[in-house]
Write a protein that binds this ligand. Structure first.
Ligand code: NOJ
Length: 740
């Protein structure tokens, strides 16, 4: 967890001098601007090139000419952005260049696995590399500003947007957030292979009630600060250039007009200096939330709370001037917001060279470059989680007769996943094609199985029987089942997390044919796979793996690469368990204690409490043996002291392997109830077959701290437990004391 006391850097990692110089330049410009031009800078509209929300504003080109807009989003490619930039630079009175924003969430043209999948790799260097490639491609196509990373911690897989984040854990989410900010932004804001990042959604969106998108959120401030804010703060500490507010309320106050979030925490506590933009029409939605009487009131509340830029509803444009004249919004607030936006444009070099990102030659040479595709394939290999293996995988020797089954096996679109930027379906090859190409000596047959519709109640008996017969005639069957792209992502909440339609029946019938079967699942969220898990089949969860996902999957199936991913989110047995996460508080009636009448313990009468597959879980093609961990001492004496934990790992298998060693903490007695486990560190280590490796973790007082009921950070003396192992339910325990 990031200590709340960390305060710098505050914007793009600029030092004081660079920031002050940019500010001075922009103040000179600000002095020449009319109120209307300032409000124009604070307004953002989508182009008609792409839509990522419910409304489009007609005539945005005219807004650009008139200086009524500071940023356009959903406009990309060097030619189109140049065309729009020309309107701003040549035709608006002051020629202030536009800032082009876009949702570059897991790639721009080369599409990487969805962020939840990348989090499964626990490979922070590669996550950074993916963001950097995404930035390089986007920047070559005219984009200055990526609406990413999305860092919402989420513990409810019904919410479709879990696919955009790093899952349920604050520490993993924080490390993913920093890695992505580093990747998008690089070290120099003017470099042409980087873009400004925008951490989103600030904050609490991952806790929408019942997993229903856009729903309200009820969090105590302590839980918000302990679970949901750390990943945002990590992005700020990594130098993120901007922040996007979330749609939801937090304790009754929508995030887009929330002074606690936007003033106190972001500015006063974290000293963040970049602009805050709302999410799509979020100011308009203040009316529906029931906190604003009308558009004018909504604009007033948002700007006074600290919003600098209004995405898409035009409420700032329509009402701020009048609000300033009526003294309901201060001119100083308008200047503050405008200045932040101008400074962002300045540090990106747009005032000097407004077309520096619009370069057709660079665009042609950069998009989908072979090294980008190679990286996407490597990361996809590292992101797929092997959930079950009955010895079938890897398929070695390769089968002579292979049956490939399932509509998703023959789909390009469903490999990319939502928020795939400018990713093109034709850039991806299907799993079926990849298998056909790679097993050119084999007989590869295919059956599409059943259609994939949420509400499909048809039994599809014939199709299922045909698919099972096809499987029977093969040496091995590969069944690809799961969600189609629109079934997760924004507005993709579900109440049933099973395989949509009759896909479960299809997979069970293929397995029942007796042919050794690999079930590959694709989705944007944890699924309920309880029945499949009981079958004699291998189960590989591929998420949505991106442009190179099919090749990467075949690499794993054939053993040309080994699975090494670990779940960043618990997989439930049953949707009724949700929200489900490992870091729960203990209850007063735990199930594992001796209890004279176990009925009266905290449990379900029809399901275990535990997930089907726990956080941190994933199999590989080898076995890593953990020796007994050792501490160099058992007392931590104070804030500057440290304890070293050492453990030896041996790869006892015949293949090289990767282990994600996870270190959890438990504070058994504290002033408030503490989680039963809390991830405090991890290391991803590569261990050659037969090799032995000693790794160490350093434990300091900072990792023991938490936010108390007075909302102050504290570190309480006493005994602590450490749990180290391969996943949260497979650990060895040690204890030590903190005695400052
Ligand atoms: C709505 C989404 O919530 C947000 O993540 C995205 O950046 C904006 N639309 C812009 O597309």
């Amino acid at each position: 967890m990031v200590s709340p006391s960390a305060t710098s850097p505050r914007f793009f990692n600029l030092d004081e001098h660079a920031y002050a110089a940019a500010e001075t330049r922009c103040r000179t410009l600000l002095a020449r601007m009319t109120l209307a031009e300032k409000i124009g800078q604070m307004s953002q509209f989508t182009s008609d090139r792409d839509t990522t929300g419910p409304s489009i504003r007609e005539g945005y080109q005219e807004d650009i000419r008139a200086g009524r807009v500071g940023s356009i989003f959903n406009a990309f490619d060097a030619g189109f952005t140049r065309e729009l930039q020309t309107l701003a630079v040549n035709e608006s009175r002051l020629g202030i260049p536009l800032l082009f924003g876009y949702d570059v969430v897991h790639g721009f043209r080369t599409i990487f696995p969805i962020p939840l999948a990348m989090a499964s790799s626990w490979h922070l260097d590669n996550v950074e590399a993916a963001a950097h490639i995404a930035a390089r491609e986007a920047a070559a196509a005219g984009i200055h500003w990526a609406f990413a990373p999305m860092v919402d911690v989420s513990r409810d897989a019904r919410w479709g947007r879990v696919m955009e984040g790093a899952g349920e854990d604050p520490l993993l989410s924080s490390r993913m957030a920093s890695a992505q900010v580093r990747g998008y932004q690089g070290s120099d804001p003017r470099a042409l292979d980087s873009v400004a990042a925008c951490v989103k959604h600030y904050v609490g969106y991952g806790a929408v009630e019942a997993g229903r998108d856009y729903n309200s959120v009820d969090l105590s401030e302590r839980v918000m600060r302990s679970v949901h804010l750390p990943s945002h703060q990590a992005a700020i500490n990594a130098g993120v250039a901007s922040v996007m507010t979330s749609f939801n309320t937090v304790d009754g106050v929508p995030a887009s007009c929330n002074p606690l979030l936007l003033r106190q925490i972001l500015r006063d506590e974290w000293h963040f200096q970049g602009p805050v933009v709302t999410d799509y029409t979020a100011i308009m939605e203040l009316i529906e939330h029931g906190v604003a009487a009308d558009p004018r009131d909504a604009a007033r509340q948002a700007v006074n709370a600290g919003v600098d830029m209004d995405m898409q509803d035009g409420y700032f444009l329509d009402h701020l001037a009048e609000l300033v004249e009526a003294d309901e919004v201060s001119a100083a607030r308008i200047d503050e917001a405008t200045l932040r936006i101008l400074i962002l444009k300045d540090v990106l070099g747009l005032f000097e060279a407004p077309y520096r990102y619009c370069d057709e030659a660079r665009e042609a040479a950069t998009l989908l470059a072979p090294e980008h595709r190679r990286k996407a394939r490597e990361i996809a290999q590292q992101s797929m989680v092997l959930l079950e293996n009955n010895g079938l995988l890897p398929l070695s020797p390769a089968p002579k007769r292979l049956a490939v089954i399932g509509e998703l096996a023959d789909s390009q679109a469903d490999l990319l996943g939502p928020w795939h930027g400018n990713g093109q379906v034709q850039d991806a090859c299907t799993i079926l094609q990849a298998l056909q190409n790679r097993l050119s000596d084999a007989e590869v047959s295919y059956h599409a199985g059943v259609p994939i519709h949420i509400h499909d109640t048809e039994p599809h008996t014939n199709e299922i029987a045909e698919a099972a017969t096809l499987a029977q005639q093969a040496d091995v069957a590969v069944v690809v089942v799961g969600e189609k792209e629109p079934m997760s992502g924004e507005a993709g909440s579900r109440t049933d997390l099973g395989l949509p339609g009759q896909q479960l029946a299809l997979a069970l019938a293929v397995i029942a044919s007796g042919t050794p079967t690999v079930v590959v699942t694709l989705s944007g969220r944890p699924l309920v796979l309880t029945e499949l898990a009981q079958q004699p089949a291998a189960l590989l969860h591929g998420w949505w793996p991106g442009s190179e996902g099919a090749e990467a999957l075949v690499d794993l199936l054939l053993g040309e690469a080994s699975p090494c991913a670990r779940l960043p989110m618990s997989f439930p047995r049953n949707v009724g368990q949700l929200p489900l996460y490992y870091g729960q508080l203990p209850t007063g009636r735990p199930v594992f204690r001796e209890n004279p009448d176990p009925r009266y313990s905290s449990k379900y009468i029809d399901s275990p409490n535990t997930p089907l597959y726990p956080f941190g879980y994933g199999l590989s093609y080898t076995h890593i043996d953990y020796a007994q961990p050792q501490l160099d001492k058992t007392t931590l004496a104070g804030a500057d002291d440290q304890i070293t934990l050492a453990i030896e790992l041996t790869n006892t298998g015949e293949r090289d392997g990767v282990e994600v060693v996870q270190l959890y903490l438990r504070d058994p007695v504290a002033s408030i109830s503490r989680p039963v486990r809390e991830l405090i560190d991890f290391q991803r280590v590569e261990i050659a077959a037969g090799a032995c490796q000693r790794i160490t973790f350093v434990i300091t007082a900072e990792q023991l701290g938490f936010i108390g009921s007075d909302l102050c950070w504290r570190c309480e003396p006493g005994q602590f437990e450490l749990h180290i192992g391969a996943h949260v339910e497979d650990t060895q325990a040690l204890t030590f004391h903190y005695e400052p």
